[in-house]
Design a protein around this ligand. Structure first.
Ligand code: HSE
Length: 434
């Protein structure tokens, strides 16, 4: 039986990891698939004569040429970035190649066109490695939970951000120092603002929501907020109240439409997901038959991401073997279905809030604040007055869930009170209950 022939494009953290894994576990993989996987090409954007590759592997920096070659059945794109990855994958698809990609930015922003082209050319795009590193969450949604209607999911889906928040909370380390370490460990994106400003998590949430709800990929509609404004003060106050601050990606169905949002979130400290620390990721899925299930594992790094890439390669090899018509078994993300389902604006979304304000030590300030909240119909869950800081009293309020437009109105009224100084801090809060 002839081997399935692979081209690996990109030999950074993920590509290098995938190459190593395919070689180290070749016997195991062969036993599982029943077919040899032969790496015929390795492509890098710049020539890399320093690479000590097996002489049977051809090396080239003409990536478009590689994907046109007849001795390539599967293209593994692990170079990252939108261009030229988009053009190269399109070319691969047009040449009838199966595609495995870890490129969340590309799928989130251009996936609808790519999946359409793949459908037109009867090939598949596999993308397990694009979301939550080594956790097989795409497989969970498309196979394990296939019988369920997914109601919502909430995930810690950026390892770098979780690593930073964990180190800040546990060791009081400075933000920049932890970020540097995440870069050295190969966790962070080429542009680390993608990690700390929530863009990477928004890319992943876009893909998860499309898988979970069957909606088109709509990255531009994800409300996105990062962790760069989280202070040690808020982390400590949240902890005093029994909460942890985590950066969550949340996709939720509601009567009016779908919420897609990525932001720092207070969650009760006793929840399992509140205790997911370091570079680990976790995705909590609430589905109508099985209830809530939680998936946990390493969300970044060479080994975990390569594990997901190679699992996709194995799936495709199995498809090549068992599927005569080439339709495959990996559901391709819906590019037209349910395109009318509204995605809610952030003003229409509903969450609880942690609010921190600095007030002058005057009689009646707290009453003014609580009156504004109560007139707006916003329920208060807890109020905590902290010791005086620089002549001002920090007040922390936790609220019940409220539509954001109402909260915005109330906060502008509170901000206008003469006794309130500085910017009011707000962090969303989720109880993560059914
Ligand atoms: N920068 C990403 C993270 C890598 O930290 O989660 C994995 O997608």
């Amino acid at each position: 039986m002839k081997p399935v022939r692979l081209a690996i494009l990109g030999l950074g953290t993920v590509g290098g990891g995938a190459l190593k894994l395919l070689q180290e576990n070749a016997t195991e993989i062969r036993r599982r698939t029943g077919r040899e996987i032969q790496i015929t090409y390795v492509g890098t954007r710049r020539p890399r004569p320093d690479l000590d590759l097996d002489p049977s592997i051809k090396q080239s920096s003409d990536l478009l040429d590689i994907v046109r070659q007849p001795d390539v059945d599967v293209v593994v794109e692990v170079m990252g970035g939108i261009h030229p990855a988009y053009e190269i994958i399109m070319e691969a698809i047009k040449h009838g190649k199966q595609v495995v990609t870890a490129n969340k930015a590309l799928l989130a922003e251009h996936g609808n066109e790519l999946f359409k082209a793949a459908d037109d050319h009867h090939v598949q795009i596999a993308y397990e490695a694009a979301v939550a590193g080594g956790i097989p969450i795409i497989k969970v949604i498309r196979e394990g939970l296939a019988a369920n209607k997914i109601e919502w999911l909430a995930g810690i889906i950026n390892g770098t951000g979780n690593f930073i928040l964990t180190e800040m909370r546990e060791k009081g380390r400075a933000f920049a120092d932890v970020l540097k370490e995440a870069q050295e460990l190969g966790y962070a994106e080429a542009d680390p603002t993608f990690d700390v400003e929530g863009i990477d998590a928004a890319h992943k949430l876009t893909i998860l929501a499309s898988c979970a709800f069957g909606i088109p990929l709509q990255f531009d509609k994800v409300y996105t907020e990062g962790i760069s404004k989280i202070t040690a003060q808020d982390v400590a106050y949240a902890e005093d109240l029994g909460y942890r601050i985590k950066h969550l990606g949340i996709a939720r169905r509601s009567a009016k439409g779908i919420e897609l949002r990525v932001h720092p979130t207070l969650i009760p400290e006793e929840k399992l997901i509140a205790n997911v620390n370091g570079v680990k990721n976790a995705v909590l899925v609430q589905s109508n038959a099985v209830g809530s299930t939680l998936y946990y594992g390493a969300g970044a790094g060479a080994g975990p991401t390569a594990s997901a890439v190679v699992a996709d390669v194995i799936d495709i090899v199995r498809d090549i073997i068992y599927t005569e018509d080439g339709a495959g078994t990996i559901p391709q993300l819906a590019f037209e279905a349910l395109a009318d389902t509204p995605i809610l604006t952030s003003e229409e979304m509903t969450t609880g809030y942690y609010i921190r304000l600095n007030a002058e030590d005057q009689t009646g300030v707290l009453a003014d604040v609580t009156t504004i909240l109560s007139r707006a119909g916003i329920g208060i869950d807890a109020i905590m007055q902290q010791p005086r800081l620089k002549d001002l009293i920090p007040i922390v309020i936790l609220t019940d869930p409220v539509v954001e437009s109402k909260m915005n109105d109330a906060l502008s009224q509170i901000q206008a009170l003469p006794a309130i100084h500085g910017e009011i801090i707000r962090i969303r809060l989720e109880l993560l209950e059914n």
